[in-house]
Ligand binder design. Structure first.
Ligand code: AKB
Length: 317
């Protein structure tokens, strides 16, 4: 049985991934790693072990890995794209210096490592439609630069030292559990909160700007599937394009209006978010993930809208 350490277990993806993996592998086998000041609470704290695991403090990760006999690390520590532009040094320290610490500890302790990349690893020169798996990656955000570096460093540790590194390029992730903070795709989460609260939504992204998006259950499934995949079938490692849906603000608005016909949306475009969004693909080609580890998504936009509105209504109203 694997013992897993989740770095960033209290964040948007980490909080749900920890519970998802505990359900699959048993509570005692999944350790919720946290940083001081962001300790796990509620079910996350009570359902299984937790440990201080701060990516910029290598000794805390090494201690958690040894104490809990960890053999797989899911590294979800990162600043999202908009915050990273405001705090580039911190973004690099967490994303790259932190990854280096994790990879070194993984090499010494024979752990597999999952570190997500993102659609943010692409840039203006990348083909935006059916973006190939292997293509130009020249992002101009520090977030994107750190994601490309993440992919390359993870591949290097695999080829040089045999560390079992794997990753996906996550689209914008939409969930009703833990809200994201400081991403370019966050509007596609915020819009559901406004719709459920009966408030008008002010959209920071221009009509017509399409980006890849994914519902959280598919994102969790992708991470776990890839880490379980037969290594003999993997031609690629860091990181796989994975896709589920691609839409612009008008399309998600129309999907919500099928359930809430009075819901209103206006635009107040945020220039930084808009510039970042325009540099990201409209729709990735994820055929390599489908061929090499049988990736498939389950939720399209309308399935997600129905579920988001139901679940958020239960939580908020
Ligand atoms: C962001 O918007 O920064 C993230 C991402 C797509 O990587 N959600």
């Amino acid at each position: 049985m694997k013992n897993i350490l989740i770095i960033g277990s209290t964040g948007q993806i980490g909080s749900e991934l920890t519970m998802y993996l505990r359900n699959l592998y048993g509570n005692e086998h999944v350790v919720a790693g946290y940083i001081a000041g962001a300790e796990p609470k509620g079910e996350l704290r009570d359902s299984g072990p937790s440990a201080l695991a701060d990516v910029v403090k290598a000794e805390s990760i090494a201690e958690a890995v040894k104490k809990h006999h960890i053999d797989a690390i899911y590294n979800l520590a990162a600043l999202l794209s908009v915050v990273a532009e405001a705090k580039p040094r911190l973004a690099w320290q967490i994303g790259i210096d932190g990854l280096w610490n994790i990879l070194e500890i993984a090499r010494e302790n024979h752990c597999a490592v999952f570190t997500p990349s993102s659609i943010g690893s692409f840039g203006l020169e990348t083909p935006p439609v059916m973006t190939p798996q292997d293509t130009i990656q020249r992002p101009r955000t520090i977030y994107g630069v750190s994601k490309v570096t993440t992919e390359l460093l993870s591949d290097w540790y695999f080829h040089k030292y045999g560390v079992d590194t794997r990753s996906v390029r996550f689209p914008g992730i939409i969930s009703y559990v833990t809200p994201p903070g400081g991403g370019t795709t966050d509007y596609a989460v915020d819009i559901y909160y406004c719709a459920v609260r009966g408030e008008r939504f002010t959209c920071p992204i221009k009509a017509g700007t399409r980006m890849d998006m994914m519902y959280m259950p598919d994102a969790l499934h992708a991470a776990q599937m890839l880490m379980e995949a037969d290594p003999g079938r993997l031609v690629h490692r860091n990181g796989f394009n994975i896709a589920a849906m691609s839409f612009d603000p008008e399309t998600i608005y129309a999907s919500i209006r099928q359930h809430k016909p009075d819901f209103e949306m206006t635009y107040e475009v945020d220039p930084l978010k808009q510039a970042i969004a325009e540099s990201w693909p409209d729709q990735m080609d994820d055929s390599c993930a489908r061929q090499e580890w049988d990736w498939e998504h389950h939720y399209d936009l309308d399935d997600m809208t129905k579920d988001m509105l139901d679940k958020l209504a239960n939580r908020l109203l």
